[in-house]
Design a protein around this ligand. Structure first.
Ligand code: GLN
Length: 207
């Protein structure tokens, strides 16, 4: 039985646990989901979801819990599936283009990320996006952006852009990327009231 860990140091981790659990119950996947707060909990995992929240806090608590080193090793292993949402994407990125005051990034995802790219909390928004190129189910997916980052630069040849949105000032803003077994999304699929994104992650990256 494979184990999906959800990093539970700060932020919206409970929602990820619930969504993965719903996928397991709906489809009978031979998976177990659990929260991760210590190096020994991490060591039993086959996959790791890093939630949204506050990336500065997540990196500080990870350092305090002596998890930074183990997390950096974990995310570098090609056989492990990793997904960072929002603050999780920031934590995974190899470069930050602003507010680079994290203790340390995990640095495995070869992208440059801009934090708070849409402005303050009051500029948070929900957008129905068309992910039909990779997400089964047809209808648009309700994405929640809360002080969300965007990917400003792709730094690795193996990084694939999964989705971009139109910037109000023109041009494209990259909001979902994949690099092998690592997925990064600017938005919060665990707040969408729709488990299709989690189901796709489990099938495509973990099982
Ligand atoms: N702005 C937050 C950060 O920089 C991320 C916000 C989120 O995860 N919703 O960490």
């Amino acid at each position: 039985m494979k184990i999906v860990g959800v990093l539970a140091l700060q932020g919206a981790f409970i929602e990820h646990v619930q969504y993965v659990q719903q996928c397991i119950e709906k489809s009978g996947y031979a998976l177990e989901v659990k929260t991760v707060r210590t190096p020994s909990e991490l060591s039993s995992c086959d996959a790791l979801i890093i939630p949204g929240g506050e990336s500065t806090a997540i990196s500080q608590i990870a350092e305090r819990n002596e998890l930074l080193g183990p997390l950096q090793k974990f995310v570098q292993q090609p056989e492990k599936a990793v997904w960072g949402t929002c603050a999780g994407l920031i934590f995974l990125a190899s470069e930050l283009t602003n507010e680079a005051n994290l203790v340390r990034n995990l640095g495995c995802l070869k992208v440059a990320v801009k934090r708070n790219a849409f402005g303050r909390q009051s500029h948070s928004f929900v957008a129905d996006l068309d992910f039909s190129s990779f997400l089964p189910g047809g209808e648009a997916f309700p994405t929640v952006f809360i002080r969300a980052p965007v990917v400003e630069k792709i730094l690795g040849d193996d990084v694939q852009v999964l989705h971009s949105i139109q910037s109000p000032s023109g041009g494209d803003l990259v909001v979902a990327v994949r690099q092998g077994n690592v997925l990064g999304t600017s938005f919060h699929p665990e707040l969408a009231d729709d488990i299709r994104f989690h189901d796709w992650f489990l099938k495509e990256f973990v099982i």
